[in-house]
Structure formats: structure tokens, C-alpha cells
Design a protein around this ligand. Structure first.
Ligand code: SF4
Length: 263
């Protein structure tokens, strides 16, 4: 992994097409690319992590010039990847968000977020979505080997919720023909760990990311290759019939386990 310290021209991006899943008005990413290296994610295609060294200064300049709205922290690249332990850029940015009383929504797969509970609990409208793909450790080790285990991530959900921070879980991405059999268990565990909602997002397969993912899938279970070919025949997204089936299953499970299925 190569780290590069880079000064950027701007930090906050305004969302023009409303994000119906994560609900936000702006995005910011403290780092570009992600060292967690999940095999289904295009943030890990480039092994250079760009550290936005002037992010704090940029946010101080930009936040006073924008209308109040929810800032999504880590919209593309995990804001709590390993380098954050040392750089603490995400932590400092959250401090500014708190001072300016902006709502924020943090997306992460990392338990490092627990370090910042002191700040998160002082942000008046703070939302955290933790994502997992499976509860099965072997599957985790293949597709997301560098990320804290799903068990640890569920504990993060519980600790944040117990600290009074509204927290939900995203099954993200849905790994077709791998995760279906454990959807109920995931929702049940999410409920036990005191989450407020369960979201889901489908696996997108395009370009180099598709090539890398299919190679890993072949090693994991070669029988799935044909099924994926059919499911993704016409698009980088799974076909509508499949998407609708998953949506319906999760809607029913959320009702059963008393969880919201949206923010
Ligand atoms: S943690 Fe998130 S951003 Fe990082 S590689 Fe995995 S899916 Fe991508």
C-alpha cells in the first residue's frame, strides 16, 4: 500500500440527484481510495491511498458558505480505514461538523469509529450506517479479508446505539447466491444489536472491478460464475426480478424484527 499526502482544491460535493438510500445533501471523503481492499469495490482498484492533508482547512472554509444540510462522511471511501488511526482527519472533520451544528451521516465498515463516540454523541443529528455482506467468516475472509469481522461490526452498531447515536446496518453489497440463506439471521442479529434500520444495496459489476470480482468468485465457488453471467447479462446491476425478490424478503423481515427498512 502506498500513501500519498496531497493537497486538494475542494472537499465538499453537493449532491444534485437526491440519494434515496443514504439521504444526504453533501458528501465528503477524507481519503481517496480504500486500503480495506474489498474484492467487490472499485475504491480498492488503486493501491495508492491519497490522504487529503488540507481537508480540515478546506472544510473550515467551505462549511460556512453552504446551506445547512446532511453531510455524508465516507460516501465512496471508508473514512475509518487504517491510516485514520494515525492521521485523525475524519475525527478533526467531525469536530468542525459539530461546531457548525451540521447533521451528518457516516458510512463505514470499521470499528475505529468507536474511538470518536465522544464527538459523535455531541453532533445533534448524527447517523451512522455500518455495512456488512455476510455473517459467515470464511466468506468474509475471501471478499473482505482486511475489514473487521461482521461480528465486530455488529458490536459497533450496538455500542453506538447504546451511546444514543442513531445507527443502522446496510447489507452492502448483496452478494447473489451467497447471502440469501442468511438474510433472516442478519436481520435478526441486527435487531438484537439494537440497530434502528436495515438498508441494502446490490452488487454492481463493471469494468476492472467486474474482472477482479469474477476471478475471486471463481476461486470461491466456480459453479456461481454461470449464475452471475445470467443475472448480470443485460446490465452492471442484477436483473429486476432478482432485485425485487430481495427487496420483498428484506421488507418482510424488517417488519418481523421490528426494524425500519429505510432511514
Ligand atoms: S471498506 Fe468500503 S470503501 Fe473500503 S474497500 Fe471495502 S467496500 Fe470499498
Amino acid at each position: 500500500m502506498l500513501y500519498k499526502h496531497v493537497k486538494y482544491d475542494s472537499l465538499i460535493t453537493k449532491i444534485t440527484n437526491k440519494d434515496l438510500l443514504f439521504i444526504g445533501d453533501y458528501t465528503l471523503d477524507p481519503y481517496q481510495n480504500c486500503e480495506f481492499g474489498c474484492k467487490y469495490c472499485d475504491s480498492s482498484l488503486d493501491e495508492t491511498i491519497y490522504i487529503k492533508t488540507n481537508a480540515v482547512q478546506l472544510l473550515e472554509e467551505e462549511i460556512g458558505k453552504i446551506e445547512k444540510g446532511t453531510i455524508i462522511v465516507g460516501s465512496v471511501h471508508d473514512p475509518y480505514q487504517e491510516i485514520e488511526k494515525e492521521c485523525r482527519i475524519t475525527r478533526n472533520l467531525l469536530g468542525i461538523i459539530k461546531e457548525h451544528d451540521f447533521p451528518c451521516h457516516i458510512l463505514t465498515k470499521s470499528n475505529l469509529i468507536l474511538r470518536d463516540i465522544d464527538i459523535l454523541s455531541k453532533i445533534s443529528k448524527c447517523l451512522v450506517t455500518v455495512s456488512i455482506t455476510t455473517l459467515d467468516e470464511n466468506t468474509c475472509n475471501i471478499f473482505e479479508e482486511n475489514v473487521p469481522s461482521s461480528k465486530e461490526r455488529l458490536q459497533v452498531v450496538e455500542k453506538l446505539s447504546e451511546s444514543g447515536i442513531r445507527t443502522g446496518l446496510a447489507i452492502m453489497p448483496i452478494l447473489p447466491f451467497i447471502v440469501e440463506g442468511e438474510l433472516e439471521k442478519i436481520v435478526e442479529d441486527t435487531s438484537k444489536h439494537k440497530a434502528d434500520y436495515v438498508l441494502h444495496k446490490h452488487l454492481e459489476l463493471k469494468g476492472d472491478q467486474k474482472t477482479i470480482f469474477l476471478k475471486v468468485l471463481e476461486k470461491f465457488n466456480p459453479d456461481l460464475l454461470d449464475k452471475y453471467e445470467k443475472l448480470y447479462k443485460d446490465s452492471y446491476m442484477p436483473n429486476q426480478e432478482y432485485s425485487l425478490k430481495i427487496k420483498n424478503i428484506l421488507e418482510k423481515l424488517c417488519v418481523e424484527y421490528n426494524l425500519k427498512n429505510r432511514i
